[in-house]
Design a protein around this ligand. Sequence first.
Ligand code: NDP
Ligand code: 2IT
Length: 450
Amino acid sequence: MAVSDHVNLEQFMDGVKRRNPGESEFHQAVYEVASNVYEYIADKEIYHEAQILRRIAEPDRVVSFRVCWADDNENIRVQRGWRVQNNNSIGPYKGGLRFHPSVNQSVLKFLAFEQTFKNSLTGLPMGGGKGGSNFNPKGKSNNEVMRFCQSFMTELYRHVGEDTDVPAGDIGVGAREIGYLFGQYKRITNRFVGVLTGKGLEFGGSRIRTEATGYGTVYFMESMLNRRKASVDGMTCLVSGSGNVAQHAVEKINQLGGKAITLSDSGGTIHDPDGIDAEKLAFVKELKNKKRGRLTEYADEYGCEHLEGRPWGITADLAFPCATQNEISTAEAKALIKNGIRGVSEGANMPTEQDGIHAFTKAKILFAPSKAANAGGVAVSGLEMSQNSARITWKEAELQTLLKDIMTGIHDSCVEYGAEAGSDYVDYVKGANIAAFIKVADAMLAFGVV
Ligand code: NDP
Ligand code: 2IT
């Protein structure tokens, strides 16, 4: 069959929408990849014939289950849990768990699909998966969170394993939750293995894992700027979110001589033009990770402005969205461009709306898509898996070097496949999508029809 006889991008997307009704986040993630991949495979019959993209966009399996737990007032609560195992062609399924009331099948399918490509970019042997629950950890006691995690793992344990599927953290799942989940897995199976990453350092966790996503997102920006003979040094930066990724993005911005002037949470944005220095960042970590409080307390403590909504109306050099999906609308992307933003590096997964991405690429600003820019976290998770399998612990300096090397490698792969002929512009979205696709696709070709 000639290439031209196969379905085109529009027909492909019609099929994705028909088979996955109402799953708008999943459609969005698939479209972003498919639009670049279709161009790349236009003259490559084998990928069409083997229906590679159609197969990657159909999760290997979606497991959904009931999670019952009793709250502190002895009310029985019923939540839904999921694990989406998208693709294990290049390694065991790997990806985080998200606990947030907005979690549904569409959100987890988009995240598992994205993870498949992100993990490919790291160069490490990891397939793509994602899971979680619509459980809301906010306002819950430690005992309630523990009971929920134990109930969640009592079902999940049969679907995961150190060589099968290795979950980790994401929104609402940090060190505390991973501890409870790992404790329950070990208790049920009587096996001490690397079934989760992001573990505490006392029980098999890796140094640098906590910092890796935020650090990596800023390293990626530094690589893009260095290619243009510039650097983060001296730049003002907008950061959204105030959790794991945002905190460590700010930490690395400070270390590289930049100035972060915003953070946000679901209650709004703090704008601190003097910069969120190391002392203020320590306050944020205590506030968010221990007291689990709101950013209004930061505004009260340091006497700065607290705004409703998101930071994108403020003028700065660089932007690091580190909260959640679709947190930069098309109008906000255009406002950032109008205010002279020079670069955007996505710490969160798919934080920019589709037409917002088009606006950034049209304006030719430096734009690092999430699957490239935030891959540092899962990369160090991959290194945690290696350490667990070998039963060894690497030193911080070794891991720092590996993280930097992996992020530089991803940057260079994006340049290889995304550089525009005859100019110094790099389409990092295209570069990331194509580089990631090739590895997964070629592994799938090797397996035949499975
Ligand atoms: P955390 O739970 O530590 O922090 C999430 C932050 O984002 C909080 O400040 C939270 O505010 C805010 N937020 C979450 N959802 C919303 C929402 N719907 N509207 C407004 N604010 C919101 O999560 P992480 O920092 O781990 O994750 C942040 C992003 O980074 C996610 O997109 C995640 O998928 C991505 N990511 C995380 C990795 C990791 O290693 N942790 C790796 C790669 C990507 P509030 O406190 O009010 O809820
Ligand atoms: O989106 C992500 O890459 C993560 N939440 C981290 C996944 C992992 O397995 O470390």
